[in-house]
Design a protein around this ligand. Structure first.
Ligand code: SAM
Length: 275
């Protein structure tokens, strides 16, 4: 299978798999439903598979592209160049809060979308979650397995740290499954599109999001262990029971609300210990 598409040779280190299936592209653009008077931002526009049809609908689009050659191509795009603001940067280092203030439609949040480089998709989503307050919604193409994990609930084998944290920040809506053949070169895995809508206010009260992340990571790190064992260095069996939770259960059966209770108990205990 050729690695060259539209005269550009795909760079593996940048996670380049270019979409070429018109049906899939049409479905994604319809899901995004781009309109003028929205602050649209695309991550990893590449050769423009999504950029071009979105530009048919709107007058302005900001794109963030790390590959210097692709950024240059986009700046000199024959008919969309004037509509595009091209930011040649690693999206992982982008301050989306500052970007939101610089966007053309003042006072409106960002609508972010992209067919993400799979090698950085999870850390990039966590980076975006940190900026969730300035984001209206996100549409991302990801590995199907990652979408399954984002959307999973307690009891599912896909349920884990990513599910809990994503659902703390966002409403997660799977949109579409995409086979490898829709890309050039085809990736080795199935893909899927997901819509993430940041909550207006958090669905549960959490004193410290860092502690929530830490407790989730620790509880799921050895998912076969009971929480009495996996969390023993931060909460005793009795302390877990006082929260109304069963110390002999495993992380995979706990809801977001349960994790919030555990995290708040750890925060309270640690602040008492500091005094
Ligand atoms: N949107 C195009 C498409 O659908 O055909 C390209 C998608 S390709 C999977 C990922 C794109 O993200 C590439 O253009 C790649 O150069 C770019 N990219 C990779 N790492 C990036 C990063 N850290 N920040 C911004 N763009 C990145």
């Amino acid at each position: 299978m050729s690695k060259t598409h539209l005269g550009h040779t795909a760079r593996k280190r940048f996670g380049q798999n270019f979409l070429h299936d018109e049906y899939v592209i049409g479905k994604i653009v319809a899901a995004i439903a781009p309109k003028n008077e929205q602050n649209l931002v695309e991550i990893g526009p590449g050769l423009g598979a999504l950029t071009d049809p979105v530009c048919e609908e709107v007058d302005a689009l900001t794109v963030i592209e790390l590959d210097r050659d692709l950024a240059k191509r986009l700046r000199h795009h024959p008919f969309n160049g004037d509509k595009l603001t091209v930011i040649e940067q690693d999206a992982m280092t982008m301050d989306f809060g500052s970007l939101a203030k610089e966007m053309p439609v003042k006072g409106k949040k960002l609508r972010v979308f992209g067919n993400l480089p799979y090698n950085i998709s999870t850390p990039l989503m966590f980076h975006l979650f940190d900026h969730a307050h300035c984001i209206e919604d996100m549409h991302f193409m990801l590995q199907k397995e990652v979408v399954n994990r984002l959307a999973a609930g307690p009891g599912s084998k896909n349920y884990g740290r990513l599910s809990v944290m994503a659902q703390y920040y966002c409403h997660v809506i799977p949109v579409l499954n995409v086979p490898p053949g829709a890309f050039k070169p085809p990736p080795k895995v199935d893909s899927a599109v997901v819509k993430l809508v940041p909550h207006q206010s958090p669905p549960v009260d959490v004193e410290s999001v860092n502690t929530l992340e830490r407790v989730c990571a620790q509880a799921f790190n050895q998912r076969r262990k009971t929480i009495r064992n996996s969390l023993k260095d931060c909460l005793s069996e009795d302390e877990i029971r006082e929260l109304g939770l069963d110390p002999t259960c495993r992380a995979e059966v706990l809801s977001l609300n349960d994790f919030a209770k555990l995290a708040n108990a750890v925060t309270a205990k640690e602040s008492q210990q500091e005094q």
